[in-house]
Design a protein around this ligand. Sequence first.
Ligand code: PEP
Ligand code: MG
Length: 632
Amino acid sequence: MPTSRPPSSPGLTIEPLHGIAGSPGVAIATALVLEPGTGRIPRRTVLKEEIPLELERYADAVEEAKAQIAEVHTRVAAKLPAEHLKILEAYQVMLGDPSLASSVHAEIEERNRNAEWAVEISVQQIVREFDLLDDAYLRERRHDVEFVGDRLQRALAGNAPRSVGAMRLTEPGQTRVRRPTPPLGVHVAQPTIVVAHDLSPADTAAMIREPIVGFVTEVGTRTSHTAIMARALEIPAVVGVAGALASIRTGDIVIVDGLRGEVHIRPSTDMAARARARGDRHFSRTQLLRKRLREPMTLADGTRVVLKANVELPTEALLAVEHGAEGIGLYRTEFLYIDRKEAPSEDEQFELYRTIAQMISPRTVTLRTFDLGGDKRSPAISIPDEANPALGLRAIRLALREPALFMAQLRAMVRASAYGELRVMVPMVSSVAEFRECRSLLDRAIAEVEAAGHEHGELPLGMMIEVPAAAVCADLFAREAAFFSLGTNDLVQYALAIDRASQQLASLASPFDPAILRLIANVVRAAREANIPVSICGAMASDPLAALLLVGMGIRELSMEAAAIAEIKEAMRRMTLEECEVLAAEVMTLATAAEVELCVAETFAPRLSDLLGGEDLTAPPPIVSSRPPPIA
Ligand code: PEP
Ligand code: MG
């Protein structure tokens, strides 16, 4: 457990740390290192100027916990004997105990710990003192101290800064804020780069309203949900940086180079100037590309390809169209659940889906039913701890075990279909039986909505193809599903048996692997024979070289983070369908991912070098893509 350390002293040049380019762009700012904690208690070193705020948060938490206990006291006063009420009174006294307060103050003021961490340490100290007592009765009182600590942690969590999950749309363009419990109590006053061992998707989402300009994590890959979220938020990120916590200290100036996958600690003036120039070049290039966003998307020979946006947060829907998206190809609805204690109600979801349907209309919005489980957990739904959560109760499996929650979501989608072009998409389907169960639940939802007198429109039901079983049996699914969308992030994970968050194995988890290409080809063939649309919404779609290969394989619709659309559009404009098809035929004869990558790079990279950051893609290390910066 690292303790708080001062920033590194100036004068030393430190070797850059290398990781995976998780989200493009270059950021230079002060680091905030999030110390790994136990459980859900956020531990972090606070800057000097944050100390008064942490003290205030602690004082507020004490008052709130006292008020809650007083409220319980009033409620049960008439029902409980006096000796039980005394326990509640004792809790009040403990909350106001000056020795607890002075210990917490010392932890915050002298050791620069955030309020949660300070409370955790102070409570543990008192508990240890109780443990040493001879009197068994008094020893047992340790539980009361722990209870008081727990009340304080809850109050602090409710009193943490607002998160992105707090935002939901009520009218087009208008936002409303509710008061959630964000996963991490991170709040900063100045541009900051967050350095952490890991950030859950909820942690990352929670930072949107803070001036956080970059992320560095020790774990993760380009397809881990944290990197996906960073790209959605257009915040430069380097993930999978081994040793980041040991090397970077809170207060250090850090460069996050999300183009090269490098982190520079306390850079020299020269180094910072070069990084800034690189960031500026990236910015100008993407600004240039964005000027052509309104032009229709065609290959050099006029072949039409549709580019849509992946959306995680309601606010991104607004940006999708600005970025030239021709609809939303993947709306990850699980992000509505991840940072809140109660699942969103049917009405709340209906309003949100309706707003988005209207905002995107006449384009289509593909709403994916909640893909919770794995690394996306919600306090609103209890999911047992499993040895392999990615192979466990996740996505549709969880939805079918929680029919009340699933039906509420389906009804909300059905009602919203009266206001725009919506499609429902089911994640992680692995058997036809499972898909049929979804079909009958959606039919039931439609019947219930009709019985309640609500209007609805057409609502095609399709599925993600992201489990190898579904890709292999695509012909069977194509008889029942209205459309397919390839989720290559999970398809790679499950087909190659490589955890998508494992930076150790990231270089092996290639979507160019012949096994993946064969699965995709099988899905495209099945969809074509059954005459149903097939698209791709995995991160493979936002790599310019991979996107061209996919078009050559027969895919005509790609969905990606909105900020990547301009670049993919430009890459496609430069090639003809014939070139893409010839390449696709050639790579199907190759035996390894490296051979495929080299073949694709040799064919197209020379004509895309400006988009690919000028890297030499015919030499290892493999492809680095670049993404545009945020639209101002
Ligand atoms: C995928 O698996 O490719 C996908 C798009 O879904 P997610 O990244 O949300 O798991
Ligand atoms: Mg997936």
